[in-house]
Design a protein around this ligand. Sequence first.
Ligand SMILES: CC(C)(COP(=O)(O)OP(=O)(O)OC[C@H]1O[C@@H](n2cnc3c(N)ncnc32)[C@H](O)[C@@H]1OP(=O)(O)O)[C@@H](O)C(=O)NCCC(=O)NCCS
Length: 145
Amino acid sequence: MEVLRIKAIDTHPIRHKMLRPNGTIEDCIFQGDGDELTFHLGAFVDKKLVSVASFYFEKHPNFQDPYQFRLRGMATLPDFQGLGLSSALLRTAFPVIKQNQCTLLWCNAREKALGFYSKVGFAPSGDIFTIPQIGKHQLMSIKID
Ligand SMILES: CC(C)(COP(=O)(O)OP(=O)(O)OC[C@H]1O[C@@H](n2cnc3c(N)ncnc32)[C@H](O)[C@@H]1OP(=O)(O)O)[C@@H](O)C(=O)NCCC(=O)NCCS
């Protein structure tokens, strides 16, 4: 397995299949995908891209840390889940986030993925809320030291 930086467009097939199955490819373009500090990571198995995650310099008003990153578009193809690939993407991202003077990573976690985020060290904040068309979510965050 290899973790590499990828382009936003490379994330689209996995975002589409795993996160926007009823949407169009345009729905797989996220705001800020091309921003200067945004970075996208991919895990490759036998040269095939099988897991993706994207990181955006974006502050959530609920958290005090002045500089924060947001995690979006985290997904692993079904045949490759449970192998530690998403965790590997996060481990790669943490030092990059730290280099950017940021001390917190947050995400709006899907209800089905809460177990994953807890396992890798994220803590929940506030109440469960619904994002239309997508479902129930929970704000989660992890300190980056
Ligand atoms: C959630 C998801 C990204 C996890 O990716 P993954 O590559 O399978 O994650 P990892 O293998 O790194 O998992 C790390 C640990 O969390 C556990 N885990 C993974 N998904 C879990 C879940 N839904 N609930 C509880 N634990 C989970 C793994 O078993 C593993 O545990 P271990 O360290 O004891 O072996 C993946 O299941 C997925 O793509 N789901 C569909 C898309 C999605 O919901 N994305 C999140 C959007 S907010």
